[in-house]
Design a protein around this ligand. Sequence first.
Ligand SMILES: CC(C)(COP(=O)(O)OP(=O)(O)OC[C@H]1O[C@@H](n2cnc3c(N)ncnc32)[C@H](O)[C@@H]1OP(=O)(O)O)[C@@H](O)C(=O)NCCC(=O)NCCS
Length: 189
Amino acid sequence: MQHRGTKILETERLLLRPWRESDAEEAFAHWMNDPEVTKFLTWTPHGDVSVTRALLKTWEEEYKSPLCYHWAIVLRKENALIGDITVMGTDEFQESGEIGYCMGKAWWGKGIMTEALSEVLAYCFEEVGFYRINGRHAKQNIGSARVMEKCGLVYEGTRRNFFRLPSTGERVDIVERGILREDHFRTLS
Ligand SMILES: CC(C)(COP(=O)(O)OP(=O)(O)OC[C@H]1O[C@@H](n2cnc3c(N)ncnc32)[C@H](O)[C@@H]1OP(=O)(O)O)[C@@H](O)C(=O)NCCC(=O)NCCS
């Protein structure tokens, strides 16, 4: 792989760029304080913007590694910070990583995460040279399932009661998906 880290990416509507600590207020107000956004996530809403600021400080530190792939999603026209997308757990030998994303409720259902994920996948396969990108989501998280499907992450199985949601304590099935390098290049040809 040719690691290039969190290179700035652009799509028709979006700018994907590295996080900075000064993003805290906007990220907190737009989604990090929202229990609806975190309903199926591994973390709970931030009670105070200081929690967001401390988190973003650790994210900024992570850019010291060229294996860090983590973007803030910005709407170009409005210059609004609306979400987060990352490739986590990059494994050099496996040439793999796992996608993660979330976004403020006000911007759901407009195809935005599909646009962001498509661009990130193109970068991962075409420029960095990943072999496989994994994705997983709670079975009930239909929106996330659709985003992954639309971006070519195929269904590979369901782990029964694999995860306990921090939001409710409920145990949920986790759906496993993945896209391979050859899948990506097949869709281009
Ligand atoms: C999941 C999430 C990223 C989706 O982002 P988005 O920009 O709204 O996604 P898109 O608009 O690109 O696509 C969503 C698709 O799901 C569909 N969808 C969303 N909720 C749905 C529901 N409850 N039932 C059926 N379809 C639903 C939309 O209709 C759309 O499909 P379509 O294009 O076929 O019409 C966003 O809802 C979010 O941030 N959720 C909270 C965080 C989260 O769950 N992250 C994922 C963790 S695995």
